[in-house]
Ligand binder design. Structure first.
Ligand code: FDP
Length: 325
């Protein structure tokens, strides 16, 4: 049954509604490549157990983490759809050590940094996972090389993520605009279901790995204790799923630095920058605890960062406790 009805499709939205972004068709082609790739990925995610495609590849990635077979499949799918869009000059991927420089002239095209399948530990157990994308415009007349990808988050022109949950939802952020589209699996269209998303002022939830409390420094323990005393805990353990809930319902996500991980656990370029951009365009905030995520000038493609992300007021309160020492 096709339930899309007369809702605006993603394609229609991209044709008419890029609004304040100042972007036109080029960005639309990149977003459609993400949407096309995500439809293939969600099919694989839903059928993986049946197709005997779960489990690991037996390899470790550049972060020294075990590669799941679906991580590899998703990475291959998005590299292919983005490269074929004709608008992407380079792709940085959590699963690939060096950037993929796409052959051919893309004019003023785009650079995309992605986590093709976020939430690896939840892949095999039917829990929500997702894909995350940060999108930068290539500098005019630039010949793209590895260093072209090392741009701060505030230079993103758009960011997107897809959640593969009880439904498949694609969220697209451009300047001051965040829209959510749900996949109608019968028609194959993403249809607008969440227009003009703003993080609710109320913040019912905090999301953090409470098991790490013992390895946090004292100021960070105080900050987490403050969250614990005021809000309800919700932690899926897939960043994209935790963020999506907090974006729609109000909430804060925290993966701070700890004694063993001075640089935090999450990746600046594939996770913190894109979701920080989405949060900011929806009225929220993203911080390391000491610095706005969007202001970090990256030194390395795969660098990690502490991340405190969500309702602006609560991010500010949390950061204030950390900084008070
Ligand atoms: P995962 O390793 O399962 O891919 O990207 C890293 C990430 O998941 C996030 O999605 C998630 O928020 C976090 O790690 C979970 O880490 P912990 O297991 O340490 O809580």
């Amino acid at each position: 049954m096709v339930v899309t009805g007369n809702r605006t499709t993603l394609q229609e939205h991209l044709t008419s509604g890029l609004g304040e972004s100042g972007q036109t068709g080029g960005l639309g082609a990149v977003v459609l490549a993400i949407a096309d790739g995500s439809i293939l990925v969600q099919q694989q995610v839903r059928q993986a157990a049946l197709a005997d495609a779960l489990g690991t590849t037996g390899e470790t990635n550049v972060q020294n983490e075990i590669v799941q077979r679906l991580d590899k499949a998703s990475s291959d799918i998005f590299v292919e759809t983005l490269s074929a869009s004709g608008q992407v000059a380079a792709i940085g991927c959590e699963e690939i050590e060096r950037p993929v420089i796409v052959a051919g002239d893309v004019g003023d095209g785009f650079i995309v940094l992605m986590d093709p399948l976020d939430g690896s530990s939840n892949i095999d157990v039917a829990v929500s996972i997702g894909s995350i994308f940060g999108i930068w415009q290539k500098r005019p007349d630039e010949t793209v090389n590895d260093d072209s990808l090392l741009r701060p988050g505030h230079e993103q022109v758009a960011a997107a993520y897809v959640v593969y949950g009880s439904s498949t939802v694609l969220v697209l952020a451009t300047k001051n605009n965040v829209f959510g589209f749900t996949l109608d699996s019968d028609s194959g269209d993403f249809a607008l279901t969440h227009p003009d998303i703003k993080i609710p002022v109320e913040c019912p939830y905090y999301s953090t790995n409470e098991g790490n409390n013992k390895v946090l420094d004292e100021p960070t323990q105080k900050a987490i204790a403050q969250l614990r005393s005021k809000y309800s805990l919700r932690y899926v353990g897939s960043l994209v799923a935790d963020f999506h809930r907090n974006l729609l319902k109000g909430g804060i996500f925290a993966y701070p630095a700890d004694q063993g991980r001075k640089d935090g656990r999450l990746r600046l370029m594939y996770e913190a920058n894109p979701l920080g951009y989405v949060a900011e365009q929806a009225g929220g905030a993203a911080s390391t605890g000491y610095e706005r995520i969007m202001d970090i000038v990256p030194a390395q493609l795969h660098q990690r960062t502490p991340l405190i992300l969500g309702n602006k007021d609560v991010v500010e309160e949390t950061v204030a406790v950390i900084q008070a020492g």
